[in-house]
Design a protein around this ligand. Structure first.
Ligand SMILES: Cc1cc2nc3c(=O)[nH]c(=O)nc-3n(C[C@H](O)[C@H](O)[C@H](O)COP(=O)(O)OP(=O)(O)OC[C@H]3O[C@@H](n4cnc5c(N)ncnc54)[C@H](O)[C@@H]3O)c2cc1C
Length: 398
């Protein structure tokens, strides 16, 4: 951790620091600079202070004994008696990461009536399943769920904790990592492990322009969230193995100050992440009504449709149809992109698809670098012809 400190005796109150600060992070009180919450500790004020009255302080976190933290723990999110599918994907990755250091794989379940999920987890190669099953955990309350997961972590002392980047996981993981004063990397697209047990957490950064490798060097556990459809689930095993440890809920959890007043279930919607076939429209489409070309092809193929971000920004569709860093990650068997250039923020969230077909007028479009089949041409000619042909073939085979 770093922070900027003021040596009051040296400061003349000249105001130069405020002028150079690009974040508007310096207020003046009683003629002296005071740094506010906008400070990014960039150090420009330190560098430019004519009196050298500002200094950068580095505080080093005390290192933990890494050998005391072993194993990979997966937060097994469950709802309505079913495991979220991202849990199985995380278990697959946990097994790979655990193998590097010969570690066990753990899972923690929190909820009301999670027994069946705990039993199911025994078919996925988890060594220990810790279950917190209590009516007080019927609905997700961040404080209660975090208290149970914290209890599990203090008991098992895992080196790594993996959490699905779902709405629940995104709320839970930061609360947990702050309880342990340790690092959390959100939305990892790749995870690797070093023999010294460090987790290499890889994700796009700076608007997708670089792939950052983030390491939690001094503290444990190492927290990472991963989106659905990024990792591969392992094969389900016929025989059950692994131990279920049923734990009482920690003290005070039932008396949480947060009360669930009412719950309105939202009808389960189909997500583009679940689609086997996707047709995607990009800014190559000129009018909103032209999205019908995309929808028609998707319907003819028995698939779903999606878009790039600019079409969401134009208000042509909603964010739940957007593929990309600020949308969803998809991995269908077939994806056909139409008038999509292939920016990294888009391709990084669809490039694991099994078959990628790109339709673009520009033969040099970056999308062609990830496409298995690149069709150079006008989507306004290709899409209607392709849809017609597929319908004819289908009709003929009836
Ligand atoms: C932090 C950040 C996050 C972002 N997140 C996302 C995200 O989640 N999802 C996302 O999509 N973008 C995201 N973006 C934006 C991204 O950088 C691109 O701007 C965007 O993906 C471009 O969308 P596009 O390919 O539809 O449009 P363009 O880049 O404008 O490409 C249009 C393509 O259509 C082709 N074309 C034009 N006419 C035709 C035609 N008649 N037939 C065939 N082809 C034609 C053109 O040759 C061109 O290649 C993000 C950007 C940032 C900075």
């Amino acid at each position: 951790m770093a922070k900027i400190a003021l040596l009051e005796k040296k400061c003349t109150g000249c105001g130069h620091c405020r002028t150079v600060c690009p974040f508007g992070a310096i207020d003046f009180r009683d003629g002296k600079p005071e740094l506010n919450a906008a400070c990014k500790v960039c150090g420009l004020c330190v560098k430019n202070c004519p009196e050298q009255a500002l200094i950068r302080l580095e505080t080093r976190a005390a290192s933990v004994d890494k050998s005391q933290w072993k194993g990979i723990l997966v937060f097994a999110e469950a709802g309505r008696g079913r495991l979220h599918p991202v849990v199985l994907e995380l278990i697959g990755k946990a097994q790979e990461l655990a193998a590097v250091c010969g570690d066990p794989v753990y899972a923690v379940l929190v909820g009301d009536g999670v027994e069946a999920c705990a039993e199911e987890l025994r078919h996925w190669g988890v060594d220990k399943i810790m279950a917190y099953d209590d009516p007080a955990l019927g609905w997700f309350r961040a404080d209660a769920y975090a208290a149970c997961a914290e209890d599990c972590i203090r008991t098992l002392r895992p080196s790594v904790v993996l959490v699905g980047a779902t709405s629940l996981g995104r709320s839970l993981a930061p609360r947990l990592s702050t309880r342990f004063h340790t690092g959390l990397t959100a939305d990892c697209t790749r995870l690797e492990r070093r023999e010294n047990s460090d987790l290499v957490q890889i994700r796009p950064a700076f608007g997708g322009n670089i792939m950052a490798q983030i390491i939690t060097t001094n503290t444990r556990p190492q927290f990472a969230t991963v989106r659905y459809k990024v990792m591969n689930p392992p094969e389900r095993r016929e025989e059950a193995s692994g131990e279920i440890i049923r734990r009482p809920i920690p003290k005070g959890v039932a008396e949480s100050p947060v009360t669930c007043v009412s719950v309105t279930p939202v009808p389960p919607a189909r997500s583009i992440s679940d689609a086997e076939i996707l047709v995607v429209g990009g800014r190559g489409l000129k009018r909103e009504s032209d999205l019908d070309l995309v929808r028609d092809l998707a319907a003819a193929l028995g698939g779903d449709w999606a878009t790039t971000r600019p079409l969401v920004e134009k208000g042509w569709t909603t964010n739940d149809r957007q593929i990309g860093l600020s949308g969803r990650t998809v991995r269908p068997r077939l994806i056909i992109t139409c008038g999509v250039s292939g920016a990294i923020q888009f391709t990084s969230c669809m490039n694991a698809s099994e078959h990628i077909v790109a339709i673009n007028t520009d033969p040099k479009a970056p999308i062609n670098q990830v496409a298995h089949i690149a069709i150079t041409g006008d989507l306004y000619e290709i899409l209607p012809a392709l849809t017609r042909r597929i319908r004819e073939e289908k009709h003929a085979s009836l």
